[in-house]
Design a protein around this ligand. Structure first.
Ligand SMILES: NC(=O)c1ccc[n+]([C@@H]2O[C@H](COP(=O)([O-])OP(=O)(O)OC[C@H]3O[C@@H](n4cnc5c(N)ncnc54)[C@H](O)[C@@H]3O)[C@@H](O)[C@H]2O)c1
Length: 353
C-alpha cells in the first residue's frame, strides 16, 4: 500500500512538541511539506527531521500537489477555518488542532464541507487518546460507576494566562480564553467519558479580571510568551469561568481559571456515581472509590504518547474510510457547549436546547 502523504501547515509549538515527534515514530506516512508563514520554522522542521521533504511558506503549493493526501492544520485558532476549508476544497483529508474554529457556526460549516467532499476531518482533542481516559470511558460503559449523576471539574491555576496581549487573549483571534483553551479538553472529555452526552440546558458566568491592567499582571512563566504584547495588545477574554450544564446523562459543574489569587493548581475531573466515583487528575492518573476500597491507577496508567495514538488513528481512518472517536462528528457537541457557555455568560441567562 502506498504511504499517506502529509502536508503540515503551522510549525509552531504543537507541531514541534507533539505531531512531528509522533510522525517520527510512525510508519506508512511521508511528510512532503512543512509549511509556516515564518520560513525559518518550516526549515527548522526539515533540518531536524530527515523525513520532511520540503519547507514552504504558502500552503497553496501543498494543496495544488496531487500527491498530498492529508493536511495537518496546526495554526492559531483564527486560521483553522480558512486553512481547513481550503484543504477540504482541494480534496484533502484534514486533521485540525483544537478548538475546531472560533465558534460553533463555523465549526458546523467545516463538518458540512467534509461531508460534502467525502473526506476525513479529525480534531486534535488528544486527551481522548489518553490511557486513563480510555479506561474511565470503558469502566463507565461497563456500568462500574452505577449511575453517574454529577461531574465536577476544575481547571484552575494561579498564573497561566498565555501570550498576554497577543492572539491567545484577543477574542477575535482565539474565540475566548480559559474555556476555549483548557475547558475544550476538560468538557470534551466529560461528554466523551459519559458516552456521548447531549446538552439540555446550561448557564455560565465569565470574568476578565486578573490582567485588566496588563502591565501590572504578575507571573513567573508564560506559555507562548513570544506572542505576548503587554504594551499595546488586547486582553478581552475570560480568565475565569464558572458554569452548570444539564445533559441527558448527568449534570456537570465547573470552574476554570487561567489566573487566580490562590496559589493552587487544581486540575481534575470528579465523576460521582452511585456505585463508584473517580477523580481524573488532569490528565493522567485516576482514583476509583466505592466507599470501602480505593483503587489507584498511578502505576498502571502512566502517561502514554496520546499524540501518536491520535495521529495513528487519523491516518488509519484515512486509509480505511472508518471514522474514529476524534472525527468532527463526535466533537461538535462539545464545540456547541463551549459556544453556548459563552453566549450564556454574555446574556447572563440560562440557555435551553
Ligand atoms: N492538543 C493540544 O493539547 C494543544 C496544545 C497546544 C496548542 N494546541 C492548538 O494548536 C494550535 C497551534 O498552537 P501553537 O501553540 O502551536 O501556536 P504557535 O503560534 O506556536 O504556532 C502556530 C504557527 O502557525 C503559523 N501560521 C499561522 N498562520 C499560518 C498560515 N496561514 N500558513 C502557515 N503557517 C501559519 C504561525 O506562523 C506559527 O508558527 C492552536 O489552535 C492551539 O489551540 C493544541
Amino acid at each position: 500500500m502506498k504511504d499517506v502523504v502529509i502536508a503540515v501547515v503551522g510549525c509552531g509549538r504543537i507541531a514541534q512538541n507533539a505531531h512531528f515527534p509522533a510522525f517520527a515514530k510512525m510508519s506508512g506516512i511521508r511528510v512532503k511539506y512543512a509549511c509556516d508563514l515564518i520560513e525559518e520554522k518550516a526549515l527548522k522542521m526539515m533540518e531536524k527531521y530527515d523525513f520532511v521533504e520540503n519547507a514552504i511558506t504558502d500552503y497553496n503549493i501543498a494543496l495544488a500537489d496531487k500527491e498530498v493526501d492529508v493536511v495537518y492544520v496546526l495554526t492559531p485558532n483564527y486560521a483553522h477555518y480558512t486553512v481547513a476549508m481550503d484543504a477540504l476544497g482541494a480534496g484533502k483529508h484534514v486533521f485540525c488542532e483544537k478548538p475546531i474554529t472560533v465558534n460553533y457556526e463555523l465549526s458546523c460549516e467545516m463538518a458540512k464541507k467534509a461531508e460534502e467532499v467525502g473526506k476525513m476531518l479529525n480534531i486534535g482533542v488528544c486527551n481522548r487518546y489518553h490511557k486513563s481516559v480510555e479506561k474511565l470511558a470503558e469502566l463507565n460503559a461497563k456500568g462500574e460507576f452505577g449511575k453517574i449523576y454529577h461531574v465536577y471539574c476544575s481547571f484552575r491555576q494561579p498564573r497561566s494566562i498565555p501570550g498576554l496581549g497577543g492572539a491567545f487573549t484577543t477574542k477575535a483571534q482565539s474565540g475566548g480564553g480559559v474555556l476555549i483553551d483548557w475547558g475544550v479538553h476538560f468538557l470534551d472529555l466529560i461528554l466523551y467519558i459519559l458516552g456521548g452526552a447531549k446538552l439540555k440546558t446550561l448557564t455560565a458566568d465569565a470574568y476578565c479580571e486578573m490582567a485588566k491592567d496588563m502591565k501590572s499582571y504578575k507571573y513567573k512563566g508564560m506559555w507562548a510568551e513570544d506572542t505576548a504584547d503587554i504594551e499595546n495588545g488586547t486582553n478581552d477574554v475570560d480568565d475565569f469561568i464558572t458554569g452548570h450544564i444539564r445533559t441527558d446523562k448527568a449534570s456537570i459543574s465547573f470552574n476554570g481559571a487561567w489566573a487566580q489569587n490562590l496559589d493552587r493548581n487544581e486540575m481534575y475531573i470528579d465523576f460521582l456515581g452511585d456505585k463508584k466515583g473517580a477523580r481524573l487528575d488532569y490528565c493522567s492518573l485516576f482514583d476509583l472509590y466505592d466507599g470501602a476500597t480505593l483503587e489507584t491507577s498511578r502505576e498502571q496508567y502512566d502517561i502514554p504518547d496520546m499524540y501518536q495514538k491520535e495521529d495513528e488513528a487519523f491516518i488509519n481512518s484515512v486509509v480505511t474510510g472508518v471514522k474514529d472517536r476524534n472525527n468532527i462528528e463526535n466533537i461538535l457537541e462539545s464545540a456547541k457547549l463551549l459556544d453556548y457557555l459563552y453566549k450564556s455568560a454574555d446574556i447572563k441567562k440560562e440557555i435551553e436546547f
